[in-house]
Design a protein around this ligand. Structure first.
Ligand SMILES: [Zn+2]
Length: 423
């Protein structure tokens, strides 16, 4: 869910989805395990049954708003991956058709951040009531939206929900799902809220699409102020840090603010960077450089699936920047060895290869991305053949740019995925 226009149906220039990709005659080695690091099939619940017949080994399904949290939970109850061992075993025993194909993620997307009010440090001093008092509702939405919404638009907006309630509900979901991560969360400077439904649109809407998304509606001039988006993001990053879970992050036209938000949470926890000279001395046994206090943290950063107890921290141990659209310099910034979190970069056809301009940027950024930090994703809202096709296409493209054979590339990407999810 990352289209710069805020259109989750990705209706922008989709030259690669329309069949302009190269035709391949070789058989794609699905048996090596292709794991979709970010997708939204719960937006089309009728497609869920097709998951069991898909070639992709794992789908990482994002929750984004009030309407899809329970859906992601229910899909996980049927298809949830149990753990690293089960996943690894399935690649050895190719005869069984695995039924565990879903890794869930629970989070609140920046497009819907205006619906939450920060009751811990509330910028609006919003006073809840049921139903919401019109004045109070206006106060909240005026504080978090820009420009200030008019009465008509305001009346189309839902009653705000407390951030603390969402965080505690999400904590319960994460504790109940040991493989679950936090997502989709993030920041988006380009997004504008869709206009409220008019009667005709409402009567014609597709009942098979999970409510709460844009569904082709016209966009309003209103956007969510960045400080509010940052508050909602940070609360979720802290929750991931508390439980040692990875996060899947959306960042559109906000690369600098996003980096600053993450950096503000790991400030004071940076790893000591040992110089090459020091490393040589240690190797020679000349001096024992015992590590910083945070080495303990680093050793236990893998998360709750490890034997070592996880020590809660204010930032997540692993971060996936999904459909990463920043320049190579921004990618480099996340690879600073002092950063106490491991940052991965995931790529999709629907965002990274959606225009010719983006496609050439994709090659530069993929080349700059370390081999052990690349992930692939569909970011699609429907499970099934199209999702498989887009995954195959992005895998082929990454392997092409990296100069990997498909066998080599798919092994690497799958290993990266396992490390990202399980630590
Ligand atoms: Zn998404």
């Amino acid at each position: 869910m990352c289209s710069p226009t805020g259109d989750e149906t990705h209706q922008h220039d989709e030259h690669n989805r329309e069949g302009t990709e190269a035709q391949h005659t070789d058989v794609f080695p699905w048996h090596l395990g292709v794991c979709d690091a970010h997708c939204h099939p719960t937006d089309t619940m009728s497609s869920i049954a097709s998951i069991s017949g898909m070639h992709a080994r794992v789908l990482t399904i994002m929750a984004t708003r009030s309407q899809d949290q329970n859906l992601v939970s229910s899909v996980t109850a049927h298809y949830g991956v149990n753990g690293r061992n089960e996943l690894a075993t399935s690649f050895i025993d190719q005869t069984a058709q695995p039924s565990d194909k879903v890794v869930p993620a629970f989070g609140w997307h920046p497009w819907f951040s205006y619906q939450l009010y920060d009751d811990a440090a509330d910028e609006t001093s919003y006073v809840p009531s049921e139903p919401a008092d019109v004045q109070q509702k206006a106060k909240h939405y005026t504080a978090v939206l820009s420009p200030a919404p008019d009465f008509e638009f305001l009346s189309s907006l839902p009653d705000p929900l407390p951030l603390s309630g969402f965080i505690s509900e999400t904590r319960d979901r994460l504790v109940g799902n040991p493989t679950a991560l936090v997502g989709e969360i993030g920041l988006d400077k380009a997004f504008r809220l869709p206009l409220g439904w008019n009667q005709t649109e409402k009567s014609e809407r597709d009942a098979g699409v999970t409510p709460g998304g844009r569904e082709g509606r016209m966009l309003s001039p209103y956007h969510v102020k960045m400080p509010h988006q940052v508050r909602i993001l940070k609360a979720q990053l802290r929750l991931a840090g508390e439980l040692g879970r990875p996060v899947s992050v959306h960042g559109v036209q906000a690369h600098g603010v996003l980096f600053d938000a993450l950096a503000s949470l790991w400030k004071g926890h940076e790893k000591e960077v040992v110089s090459r000279r020091k490393q040589r001395l240690v190797a020679q046994g000349a001096e024992d450089f015992s590590s910083s206090d945070d080495d303990d943290d680093w050793a236990s950063e893998k998360g709750p699936s490890d034997e070592k107890p996880y020590k809660p921290k204010p930032f997540p141990p692993r971060v996936c920047l999904h459909s990463f659209s920043g320049p190579p310099q921004m990618l480099q910034q996340y690879l600073n060895p002092a950063i106490p979190a491991r940052v991965y970069f995931s790529f999709s056809v629907v965002v990274n290869l959606s225009t010719h301009g983006l496609e050439s940027k994709f090659a530069d950024v993929t080349q700059a991305c370390p081999d052990d930090r690349i992930l692939v994703e569909s970011d699609l809202h429907t499970a099934g053949d199209e999702m498989d096709r887009l995954l195959e296409q992005i895998c082929r493209k990454v392997c092409d740019v990296k100069g990997w054979t498909l066998a080599e590339g798919l092994e690497r990407i799958r290993k990266n995925y396992e490390d990202f999810i399980f630590g």
